[in-house]
Design a protein around this ligand. Structure first.
Ligand SMILES: Nc1ncnc2c1ncn2[C@@H]1O[C@H](COP(=O)(O)OP(=O)(O)OP(=O)(O)O)[C@@H](O)[C@H]1O
Ligand SMILES: [Mg+2]
Length: 162
């Protein structure tokens, strides 16, 4: 199938949270979101929004799970927020439990997902983040199979045509 993309620019942390919330509201059991972007590009800010959209209490603090590897938050489904930046071998990645999380009825959001493209299932929604300037970030959402393409389509629908 053809890939589906949408590109969105955010000019503030709040706008990034709002985009994350829209994405989170569309997510369901088994969905995987791969965040790809350099340090400080906004992966964790977007995840804060995704968490709200999934019904995680807005009071919950969402931070990069660098040391814990995975942070688990209860929403309308469980959010597994992983960071695979520090993992050095595929064996370590596998033992971090991604496979289990993928089959546990939760949603998985992965920071630095591009480090391990081989572990990502086909139905992954990929979000590439780019730093434009101090306050602006560009987000490109890509779906390469029907499920993430449906999410990309729903996000696109909410925006004015360019
Ligand atoms: N439009 C924006 N959206 C999100 N963050 C922004 C924006 N403009 C500026 N920022 C700043 O960019 C930084 C984004 O930090 P964040 O922790 O989300 O990055 P990250 O991609 O998770 O980094 P890391 O790889 O270190 O985990 C914050 O300091 C935030 O204040
Ligand atoms: Mg982060």
């Amino acid at each position: 199938m053809k890939e589906r993309h949408v590109t969105i620019i955010s000019n503030s942390e709040e706008e990034t949270i709002r985009l994350g919330r829209e994405i989170g509201a569309l997510l369901a059991e088994g969905d995987v979101v791969a965040l790809v972007g350099e340090l400080g590009s906004g992966k964790t800010w977007l995840t804060k929004g995704i968490a709200h959209g999934l019904g995680v209490s807005p009071k919950t603090v969402i931070t990069s799970p660098s040391f814990a590897l995975v942070n688990e938050h209860q929403g309308r489904v469980v959010l597994f927020h992983m960071d695979v930046y520090r993992l050095e071998t595929l064996a370590e990645v596998l033992s971090a439990g991604l496979e289990e999380y993928l089959h546990s009825g939760g949603v998985v959001v992965l920071e630095w997902a591009n480090r391990w493209p081989e572990i990502l299932p086909e139905h992954t929604l990929t979000v590439e983040l780019q730093i434009l300037d101090d306050h602006s970030r560009q987000f490109t959402l890509t779906g390469r199979s029907p499920r993430p393409a449906e999410i990309v389509g729903a996000i696109e629908k909410k925006r004015p045509l360019k």
